[in-house]
Design a protein around this ligand. Structure first.
Ligand SMILES: Cc1cc2nc3c(=O)[nH]c(=O)nc-3n(C[C@H](O)[C@H](O)[C@H](O)COP(=O)(O)OP(=O)(O)OC[C@H]3O[C@@H](n4cnc5c(N)ncnc54)[C@H](O)[C@@H]3O)c2cc1C
Length: 251
């Protein structure tokens, strides 16, 4: 157990040479990103859109980020301790109880309670994101080169338009760029006005195409670029309550 004030309760072991850390399974990714890992010069190799989850919740649900050469978050788990229904604590890894280990990764809590996890991290890094827009046909026609042409590729289609916003992210040594935020555009227009417009569209569904076109024009049509520490680029604002479905599409 280490003794970093305020956070020692979560950290059981750190191997700085191997870039591995063992933490309590209930630790929030946010705490890992902003408090625990930076104090060892480490970072998670990939993240999902948010960091409000626990590490156990993220690995138990197959939580994923983006990246042609990256697996899901559970692929970064080196070992874990599992409290089974019989009260036994199992040490699980590729070499100890490997079947249980593989099942517990993405296990939805069905095998027991994960107590601690050892995570393969890497030295802290910065990411360079370039956001552009194009047509849906262009993205789909060039999907392979887009996906393989950068470390992390993401696109969002705006229904009722044929336009998409693209995000291409790569590691960089460049300096962190300053971000200018505007309460009016980011919060008032980009959050409250958008949510209110969608609420209105519940009563007037024909508004939806206009809302999508307008918000694409305001927020996604112009190119943007930034450099920041990894978790700030991996995570993005999911705005208000949304309904999401994930699909794996064979190529
Ligand atoms: C706004 C938002 C954005 C998201 N974005 C993404 C994304 O980009 N990519 C993606 O893949 N997912 C995404 N998710 C899904 C999210 O990563 C998962 O729902 C995650 O499981 C939530 O973690 P949690 O800590 O809330 O877990 P919970 O919801 O509490 O639990 C999830 C599952 O894990 C099990 N579990 C939790 N703790 C333990 C434990 N200690 N031992 C054993 N089992 C345990 C539970 O039994 C349950 O089956 C998103 C979710 C939200 C709300």
């Amino acid at each position: 157990m280490t003794t970093i004030p305020g956070i020692n309760i979560h950290v059981h072991m750190v191997d700085v040479d191997k870039h591995q850390i063992r933490v309590e399974a209930g630790v929030l990714l946010e705490k890992l990103n902003t408090e625990i890992l930076p104090s060892y010069g480490l970072a998670l190799s990939l993240l999902a859109a948010i960091s409000e989850q626990t590490i156990a919740g993220a690995i138990s649900t197959g939580t994923h980020g983006t990246g042609y050469n990256h697996g899901i978050m559970a692929t970064k788990i080196v070992s874990l301790e599992l409290l089974t229904g019989s009260g036994e604590v199992l040490q699980c890894s590729d070499s100890e109880n490997p079947d249980v280990f593989n099942a517990a990764l993405c296990g939805l809590g069905a095998l027991g309670i994960i107590l601690t996890v050892t995570i393969q991290c890497e030295p802290a890094f910065r990411l360079h994101e370039i956001q552009t827009s194009t047509t849906l046909d262009d993205v789909l026609d060039n999907l392979d080169s887009n996906v393989e042409g950068c470390e992390h590729f993401r696109f969002q289609w705006y229904p009722h338009t044929d336009m998409v916003s693209l995000s291409k992210v790569n590691r960089t040594e460049k300096r962190i760029t300053e971000t200018r935020s505007s309460w009016f555009w980011d919060k008032f227009v980009g959050y409250y006005a958008l949510e209110f417009s969608f609420w209105l569209s519940l009563f007037v569904p024909s508004l939806v195409p206009w809302i999508n076109r307008l918000f694409f024009l305001i927020f996604a049509s112009l190119p943007k670029e930034r450099v920041d520490i990894s978790h700030k680029v991996f995570n993005f604002e999911c705005l208000f309550k949304s309904h999401v479905t994930d699909w794996a599409i064979p190529r």
